[in-house]
Design a protein around this ligand. Structure first.
Ligand code: G4P
Length: 549
């Protein structure tokens, strides 16, 4: 009997140790990154090539629509199709070699950089795609600043070398000057456009030569050593001599490769290639996967949470309603931060102070959704949400009740006063405005002591107004009356011991209240902010309502 019990114990221990080994292996092979770019730089094309390598799609064009339909299938909303911009971000998972990769697509337009920021909270690194002929573009700047705030590793893919491109030294210089990050070219382009001959791999000191074969959509790549005598023939003697000069300059002048600096977001490894012709994409993916880490821990009210901890934990970084017109639903996206998720497990929703089971857990591949039974730290899962979650919420095993650090809100810079044209539609108006605000797509305020017949809508980028208006009409069937307001600055009143209604403020400053009962002031100029601070001794105003960005 005793022997039998000992045997059982050993079997039990073995199973447990197998499970934890399995957990560790599964988490270690995960990579979760966001992809950012100015619209048209080639983000969708690059993502598609990644998916092709991973076998997640069978042919090019599966992610991207036809030429006439300028949108990717990861763009859900009609408005995105009409404007050809990506408003919301989507998530895709695929396997490549031993890796399990989660790509978080982000809106390309700066007006939605708040959404990008939230998405970056769920990523462990970011890939920045830059058009080689255009360099750093307007909308990349704001998105990039958002990345820097998160201090996450940024990998740069300079795309479209098969077209005329700017000088690569100039491009790197621009990234360094304008974005304030050091660069380390991992490979180096040889010529561009019709003269594009390939890239030089600085680590292995060999050349991957580029030869278009029948149209620009295919390419033959050959590898040649830098010391190979046939090299000058292969790439042309002028290109060869330019390359030798460039290498000398690069080896002498560029920053040393420092993985620590990469991990802190201070140094960006740079790759050159052409996503459309599939040139340089796989070496980029392979290097990127080797250089990036497995899922990183996140800070919580109980200190850092280790991703390898066997207790499940996750936070909400995105909520999206009505993704699919056929099912009027609301999906909440969670980034798993530790342990393993099982579909039938009971979890604790910290902010709601409630135990629950997550309903219809799914992973999303562009428009297709797949119900999943398990997921690990690093993964993103979407769950059906009856309206209980808010951005930043924590969900974890019932035995560990901590909260993850909150996701800060950006200060809106544009404001409108909004109400329903048809007063009979009050109920739909309130529902629409509340839900869209819960998703973080807009921020809403009201005049103190008033109801919700009329709200002040604040946004970071004006296109968010269009999306809000469109969604109210199409999803909630409410025609809006909107009045633009002259305010550009918002400040939360930090003092809890004063009556905000007694404050001395200029006639063009407005006192409003958010829906958590906090008081705020809307200002038309910085001058007015100073005016208010000078006239009201001890007044404390803050730009963000939670945490610091
Ligand atoms: P985005 O998601 O960043 O907005 O860019 P997207 O991939 O949609 O690419 C924008 C345009 O640039 C597309 O052309 C795409 O084919 C092209 N492109 C992407 N990568 C490369 C590249 O490496 N070389 C060249 N020459 N072109 C590239 P389009 O004509 O606007 O659309 P389509 O006809 O390809 O659908």
């Amino acid at each position: 009997m005793y022997n039998y019990l000992v045997k059982l114990k050993v079997i039990g221990e073995n199973i447990l140790s197998d499970l934890s080994r399995n957990l560790e292996q599964e988490i270690k092979r995960r990579r979760t990154f966001a992809i950012i770019s100015h619209p048209d730089a080639g983000k969708t094309t690059l993502t598609e090539k990644f998916l092709l390598y991973g076998g997640a799609i069978a042919q090019a064009g599966a992610v991207k629509g036809k030429k006439s339909a300028r949108h990717a299938t990861s763009d859900w909303m009609e408005i995105e199709k009409q404007r050809g911009i990506s408003v919301t971000s989507s998530v895709m998972q695929f396997q490549y070699e031993d890796y399990c990769i989660n790509i978080l697509d982000t809106p390309g337009h700066q007006d939605f950089s708040e959404d990008t920021y939230r998405t970056l909270m769920a990523a462990d690194s970011a890939v920045m795609v830059i058009d080689a002929s255009k360099g750093v573009e307007n909308q990349t700047r704001k998105l990039f600043k958002v990345c820097v705030m998160r201090k996450i590793p940024i990998f740069t893919f300079i795309n479209k070398l098969d077209r005329e491109a700017r000088n690569p030294f100039e491009l790197l210089d621009q990234i360094e000057q304008e974005l304030g990050i050091a660069t380390y070219p991992v490979n180096w382009p040889i010529g561009c456009g019709k003269e594009f001959k390939g890239v030089y791999d600085r680590h292995n000191r060999h050349i991957m030569s580029f030869a278009a074969t029948g149209g620009s959509h295919q390419v033959a790549a050959t590898e040649v050593d830098l010391s190979d005598s046939s090299l000058a023939n292969l790439i042309g003697s002028e290109n060869h001599s330019n390359l030798m000069d460039d290498i000398e300059l690069l080896d002498g002048a560029s920053d040393e490769f420092d993985m620590e600096a990469v991990n802190c977001g201070l140094l960006s490894p740079v790759f050159f290639g052409s996503a459309l012709t599939n040139f340089g994409v796989e070496p980029f993916l392979e290097n990127f996967l080797k250089m990036t880490t497995s899922p990183l821990g996140r800070n919580s009210s109980q200190g850092p949470i280790d991703p390898f901890d066997d207790k499940f934990s996750a936070f909400v970084f995105k909520i999206q309603a009505n993704m699919n017109k056929a099912h009027r639903d609301r999906i909440t996206f969670l980034r798993i931060c530790s342990g393993k998720f099982d579909k039938d497990m009971e979890v604790f929703h910290v902010q709601g102070n409630k135990k629950l089971r997550l309903s219809q857990p799914q992973q999303i591949m562009a428009q297709e959704r797949e119900i999943i039974s398990e997921a690990y730290a690093g993964d993103i899962i979407g769950v059906f949400d009856p309206g209980i979650f808010s951005i930043g919420d924590t969900v974890c095993s019932p035995s560990c009740k901590f909260e993850f650090a909150s996701i800060p809100t950006f200060a809106p810079e544009h404001f409108e006063r909004v109400y329903a044209k048809d007063t009979m539609k009050r109920k739909q108006f309130v529902k629409g405005v509340t839900q869209i605000a819960q998703e973080g797509a807009i921020q809403i305020f009201r005049e103190p002591d008033t109801g919700m017949e009329e709200v002040y809508v604040g946004v970071v980028g004006v296109l968010q107004f269009d999306v809000f208006d469109y969604r109210m009409r199409n999803e909630y069937n409410v025609e809006l009356v909107k009045e633009g307001l002259p305010f550009s600055y918002i400040r939360w009143i930090e003092n809890k011991d004063i009556d905000p209604k007694e404050l001395k403020i200029s006639s063009d400053t407005k006192l409003v209240e958010d829906f958590s009962g906090n008081y705020l002031l809307l200002f038309t100029s910085e001058w007015n902010i100073r005016w208010a601070l000078e006239r009201n001794e001890g007044l404390i105003l803050s730009e963000f309502n939670q945490g610091d960005i």
